[in-house]
Design a protein around this ligand. Structure first.
Ligand code: ZN
Length: 289
């Protein structure tokens, strides 16, 4: 299980969320059989979605992040529930590109920079909230920061990291998300900036054995942080035969009738978890009506 924690500074001015999402990202790699660079891209986006999801207020709220930068990986999608349980999907799971100029997995190269980060929050209202900001770096953490600055006017710092083993399994994944609440003084901002300058990368902190709590406390060093809440999180899909039926109905009568004509039993796999659902010819024809 992954672990997510939220901590707050003693004056209530800064909230920091931190997560160890190693298990969640490992599961994504097992399901989608992603190449290393795509594992990093999908893993970072899911890690961000999980932290953003855990900040939603309503129990049934959910958040969807979609990156579409016209890179070879195509669209990358991550969805989280309000507890931080996330799932993900990527259009092209295998992208083989060289390491970037820093010798790291070239996430920006896989995702591309020519496009948008879309954030959809389903808060149980009639229409979901939809925000979109142009991709600024394609490395994802900066794109999340940019989204909050532009769409929600919340000063935010985001750090994300995924470390992939030579055998393509996931060694470490995690992140942190810091938000300044209104009224933060210059002194607070300067001190926080100094903290952020000093901290090692997320994967370095996780590799050295630091827990999400220790990461959050390190970020909030000097602000007398207190833990707000902690939770266990995992890769979780909410698909069901009923939901798949709804998706099938949206294909339209013509397409469904054609599918029913092609074979006795139609297999439909969930994009997010590969769970298979079977529909008989009669069932499809009934949905077509
Ligand atoms: Zn599923």
């Amino acid at each position: 299980m992954g672990k997510i924690i939220r901590a707050i500074s003693v004056d209530g001015g800064i909230v920091c969320c931190a997560i160890d999402s190693t298990d969640m990202v490992a599961k994504a790699e097992q399901i989608h059989k992603t190449s290393a660079t795509v594992t990093a891209a999908l893993g970072r986006l899911m890690t961000a979605a999980s932290m953003m999801g855990s900040m939603l207020k309503g129990k049934d709220d959910s958040i969807t992040l979609r990156l579409n930068g016209k890179g070879p990986a195509g669209s990358v999608i991550a969805v989280s529930d309000s507890e931080g349980n996330a799932r993900g999907y990527v259009q092209n799971p295998v992208v083989e590109i060289p390491l970037n100029q820093y010798g790291k997995l070239d996430v920006a190269g896989a995702v591309g920079k020519d496009g948008f980060l879309y954030v959809v929050k389903d808060l149980g209202l009639k229409d979901p909230y939809i925000g979109q900001t142009p991709i600024v770096s394609g490395e994802i953490a900066e794109d999340i920061t940019q989204y909050y600055a532009v769409s929600e006017q919340i000063p935010t710092v985001c750090g994300l990291g995924v470390l992939v083993n030579a055998d393509l399994s996931v060694l470490e994944a995690g992140g942190f998300l810091i938000q300044l609440l209104p009224g933060a003084t210059e002194e607070v901002i300067t001190r926080l900036e100094d903290n952020i300058k000093e901290i090692p990368s997320v994967t370095k902190m996780l590799s050295s054995g630091m827990t999400p709590e220790q990461i959050a406390f390190r970020v909030l060093n000097g602000f007398e942080p207190q833990v707000l809440d902690t939770a266990e999180v995992e890769y979780r899909c909410n698909c069901s035969k009923e939901r798949v039926q709804k998706a099938l109905i949206s294909l339209g009568k013509e397409e469904l009738t054609q599918m029913a004509g092609e074979q006795e039993i139609t297999e439909v796999a969930c994009h997010f978890c590969n769970q298979k659902y079977y529909f008989s010819r009669q069932e499809l024809l009934k949905l077509a009506d």
